[in-house]
Design a protein around this ligand. Structure first.
Ligand SMILES: [Zn+2]
Length: 636
């Protein structure tokens, strides 16, 4: 007899493997803004895991996923790969390739197939930084893993993009008792901010953890598309067997650069490649209930509860149905038969509706009972009615979600939905009021002494650190104005100008249109007072994009276009030296091996051997004073 995990009260009865899987699942759902369980239940499971395995990487991985500092800007965005699940979907992609190829006169384009490694994507830069994909435009620098023994498989003389993975056999023998799977091992290692535990250190030292370059994969098979169509399934099967790493499918990619260019790039993926995911586990079940959770803008978000199914070893009873429009159009309601899929991703998804029913749409807000109105979706939905929205500005759920969004965005930790609910009930129900709250207010609302102190401390630590202006804008919770859009706007306008931007001014910028221009312009104007409060009266230390000085390259610089390596102790820090060299138009390399260096600039304490090696390799060795002399500003 299997007990549904979401109904367990005595979590101590649960197997460790299942405990870990539940936490991963819930954490992922929470991060996607669709919590599946209460904070309380989640916390109980975390506490249980802490007792059983204090060193478990999930315990460190869970907080960094929220606090993760995306501080390294990618040179070009790291895109993700679009996914297909069936041969039919793959066939449709093949059709698109043929169509694109024919426009450049190629009848039968070459397509290659390679294994899709299931780890953590990362890019190795020439300055030595190893950066996670992060948001796609910026990630976290985890170069310390290289020093700890992470092996790079591929050509490091240029920027290298690949996947961080662990050898399967090694994992099975040495790590499988401690980690749920290879993937959780890798993400735990990358997210361990308080130093690496013994398992990570040992695996790295044993040379079992690799960064595998996509460009240098040796098992690629390329063939004309006409041939591939007939044998795609067996090609896929071949790629999936005998690989030393965990895989979650294969990648098909167009080889011909001309065809690649024609197919181009969508916002977050290249159209010339597609991942065929290993068929995920699906299960059919019956919906027993639809519950509606209220989002920050009053949107009612449907969550399906269904008869328990087991997918990849996890018992699942709930998943999101995304939006009200989906419930209406798909005929979701109690008694509907649905197919749930869980493939690679941790979060289960509604895959298909087998037997629809008369949809049960709510008329009133799940929180305040206010009448609901339909709101149109974006371009992708063809502006069809998509969301059911509560417009009652006094709605407690709306207020709480809005506060939580603000706190999450400016990275104040320790405030969960439950905490914020209590604040709203305690009268701290708008963003401005949070900034006037002190410890005694929290105690008066019934929070414990210790928790009150922690909450205020995490609030103050954010106020005392520099905060990017784009976070302040994104924290307002305006539709179509997330962090990415805010960044773009702030490149052109100052924070203070935001409330006065016209639709035309916004629509004129790349990546915006009339519709988003309208939503953003209206939203900013409506939030004028709040924004002014955050700028002037909230005590935030805001860093303005417009104040950042672009690096101006000196025109007739001696070092323009030359490759320079810095070594030893210099007058300036290594990053300041790097910036200086960049301002001279030089490329800064991490060492003299690999890409050909022109100059080795030595500070104090440089070994004679290193200098000899450089001279032997034809690299000119100079002192830092000589460097500054050549730059024309000696005694910098
Ligand atoms: Zn409401």
């Amino acid at each position: 007899m299997h007990t549904p995990i979401t109904q367990l009260t005595a979590q101590s009865n649960i197997e460790t493997g299942e405990l870990i899987k539940s936490i991963e699942l819930w954490n992922e759902a929470y991060r996607n803004g669709e919590p599946l369980v209460s904070d309380d239940l989640f916390d109980t499971y975390i506490t249980e895991l802490e007792t059983r395995d204090p060193a478990h990487p999930l315990l460190t991985a869970i907080t960094p996923s929220v606090t993760e500092s995306l501080d390294y800007q990618h040179s070009t965005p790291m895109l993700s790969t679009d996914k297909v699940y069936t041969q039919e979907e793959l066939g449709l992609w093949f059709d698109k390739v043929i169509k694109a190829a024919q426009t450049v006169g190629i009848q039968d384009p070459l397509v290659e197939c390679s294994p899709k490694l299931d780890g953590l994507a990362g890019r190795l830069y020439l300055d030595g930084a190893l950066v996670t994909r992060g948001s796609g435009t910026a990630g976290t620098d985890i170069r310390h893993l290289l020093q700890a023994g992470l092996k790079v498989l591929g050509d490091t003389s240029r920027e290298l993009t690949g996947e961080i993975v662990v050898n399967r056999e090694y994992f099975a023998e040495n790590l499988s008792l401690h980690f749920a799977n290879e993937r959780s091992f890798i993400s735990g290692m990358a997210g361990a901010t308080n130093g690496l535990n013994q398992h990570f250190t040992k695996a790295l030292q044993d040379g079992a953890v690799h960064l595998v370059s996509f460009a240098d994969l040796t098992t690629k098979a390329a063939m004309p598309l006409s041939t591939l169509r007939g044998v795609a399934e067996s090609v896929e099967e071949m790629q999936l067997t005998n690989n030393p790493y965990l895989l979650d499918g294969v990648v098909f990619a167009v080889v011909d650069p001309q065809v690649r260019e024609i197919m181009g790039t969508a916002s977050d993926h290249n159209r010339y490649e597609v991942a065929k995911k290993r068929k995920g586990e699906t299960a059919e079940t019956t919906i027993t209930e639809i519950t509606w959770q209220v989002g920050r803008d009053g949107k009612q978000n449907p969550v399906l509860t269904f008869e328990e199914v087991s997918l990849s070893g996890v018992n699942i009873t709930r998943c999101t149905a995304h939006h009200a429009g989906n419930v209406l159009e798909s005929g979701l309601g109690v008694g509907a038969r649905v197919e749930i899929i869980r493939s690679g991703e941790v979060v289960p998804n509604l895959h298909a509706v087998c037997t629809p029913v008369e949809p049960s749409m709510p008329a009133q807000c799940a929180c305040c009972g206010h009448e609901l109105k339909w709101k149109a979706g974006g371009v992708a939905r063809g502006f069809k009615p998509t969301y059911l929205v509560c417009h009652n500005s006094g709605c407690d759920s709306r207020k709480a979600s809005r506060l939580l969004h603000h706190l999450d965005t400016i990275k104040v930790l320790n405030f969960g939905l439950k905490t914020v609910d209590r604040l709203v009930h305690g009268g701290f129900d708008h963003i401005e009021s949070l900034y006037e709250m002190d410890k005694f207010d929290l105690v008066a609302m019934g929070f414990g002494e210790g928790q009150s102190t922690r909450l205020i401390e995490s609030f103050n630590s954010v106020r005392n650190s520099p905060i990017d202006d784009n976070l302040v804008v994104a924290s307002l919770g305006i539709d179509d104005l997330g962090r990415r859009a805010a960044k773009k706007l702030l490149k052109h306008f100052r924070l203070e100008e935001m409330p006065y931007l016209t639709i035309a001014q916004i629509a004129a910028l790349e990546g915006f249109g009339e519709t988003s221009g309208y939503t953003i312009s209206m939203g900013l104007y409506q939030n004028k007072q709040l924004l002014e409060f955050l700028i002037h009266d909230a005590g935030l230390n805001i860093q303005h994009t417009q104040d950042e000085q672009p690096i101006e390259v000196a025109q007739d610089s001696y070092f323009k276009g030359l490759n320079v390596v810095f070594t030893g102790t210099c007058k300036l820090s290594r990053s300041e030296m790097g910036n200086h060299a960049a301002s001279q138009g030089a490329n800064v390399l991490k060492d003299i091996s690999g890409k050909k260096a022109d100059y080795l600039v030595c500070g104090a304490k440089v070994g004679a051997k290193k200098m000899q090696k450089a001279t032997a390799a034809g690299v000119k060795v100079i002192t830092q004073d000589e460097y500054f002399d050549l730059c024309g500003n000696g005694g910098y």
